[in-house]
Design a protein around this ligand. Structure first.
Ligand code: PLP
Length: 296
């Protein structure tokens, strides 16, 4: 396995970052997760735009431009002979003596990890996953804004620990005002009386790229959508619930706390249109993938 580390590929076993790296010491950095379908990095421009946004929100300069990152991604995929993959870009403040001052670090650390995509179990899509509403609250926008896809993930990890304790797969966090925010690694949607609901960005969420596409699809299909502030009771009273993210795509929920849901038609419809979007994106991107970057 090869990893892209700073300026080029290194063997996975030799891909080491210093114990003085501020990503390790303080969680000072940002990241992005992407999914590769048949050699094509799905919605790569949207993911890279978000990486630049996250970096700029913490005053960190991305050492490569858009095309530079794309070619490094394809180089990493090629070196690992991967066509369907999970790709993670990590950008940390870099190596520097201990201390919170970002100026202690001269150069960011840039890492690309690519692994064979491990598909979720089929039952997750057929039967849905169980989620809980965690007691851990989502970081308020005025603390670590959830729009920063930050390496500082402890908030979400605490909620994930609660989910595991309850035998659930995902936890949804409320914001500090008690409104639904988002899952630990996903955005949440629910459907009730012919309206599709999802928390607005103002609730303090990461504006997921999958969420954005699902909202576009819903609009195109003439589905009534409401983005806003919702309480746990709103979700408990829904007829369908699903979560979205880049790797899960659109994943149905079979239960939230003690309330059970069917895998319903709205989630199935959106999932199937989402899959078609992926297929057409991949088809349209043919020739813009590795071939363009000269690795094929
Ligand atoms: N919310 C959080 C906290 C996440 O970590 C993620 C993805 O990892 C998402 C939402 C979904 O974002 P995307 O659809 O861009 O993968």
């Amino acid at each position: 396995m090869y990893v892209y580390l700073n300026k080029g590929l290194v063997r996975g076993s030799e891909a080491a970052v210093s114990v003085f790296d501020h990503g390790f010491l303080y969680g000072d950095g940002v990241y992005e997760t992407m999914r590769v379908y048949d050699d094509v990095v799905f919605m790569v421009d949207e993911h890279l735009a978000r990486l630049y946004r996250s970096a700029s929100m913490i005053g960190l300069t991305v050492p490569l431009d858009n095309d530079g990152i794309k070619s490094s991604i394809y180089e990493t995929l090629e070196a690992n002979s991967l066509r369907n993959a999970y790709v993670r870009l990590t950008l940390s403040r870099g190596y520097g003596p201990p201390g919170l001052d970002p100026d202690l670090c001269n150069e960011p650390t840039f890492v690309i990890i690519a692994e064979q995509m491990r598909n979720y179990p089929r039952e997750f899509y057929e039967d849905g996953i169980r989620i809980i509403i965690a007691t851990t609250r989502r970081n308020p926008v005025g603390a670590i804004n959830p729009q920063i896809k930050s390496l500082n993930f402890l908030n979400n990890i605490l909620a994930k620990i609660e989910a595991k304790r309850e035998g659930a797969y995902e936890a949804v966090m409320l914001n500090v005002s008690g409104h639904i925010a988002e899952g630990t690694v996903s955005n949440v949607f629910f459907f009730r009386d012919n309206v599709l609901y999802t928390p607005s960005v103002a609730c303090g969420i990461l504006d997921g790229i999958t969420r954005g596409l699902v909202l576009d699809i819903a609009e195109r299909e003439g589905i009534a959508v409401q983005e806003g502030e919702f309480t746990p009771d709103d979700i408990y009273g829904a007829s369908e619930v699903f979560v979205t993210n880049t790797t899960m795509e659109v994943m149905p929920v079979s239960g939230v706390d003690d309330v059970k849901y069917k895998v319903g038609d709205m989630g199935k419809l959106l999932r199937s249109i989402y899959r078609k979007e992926v297929v057409s994106y991949v088809k349209n991107a043919a020739g813009r993938g590795p071939a363009l970057w000269g690795y094929e």
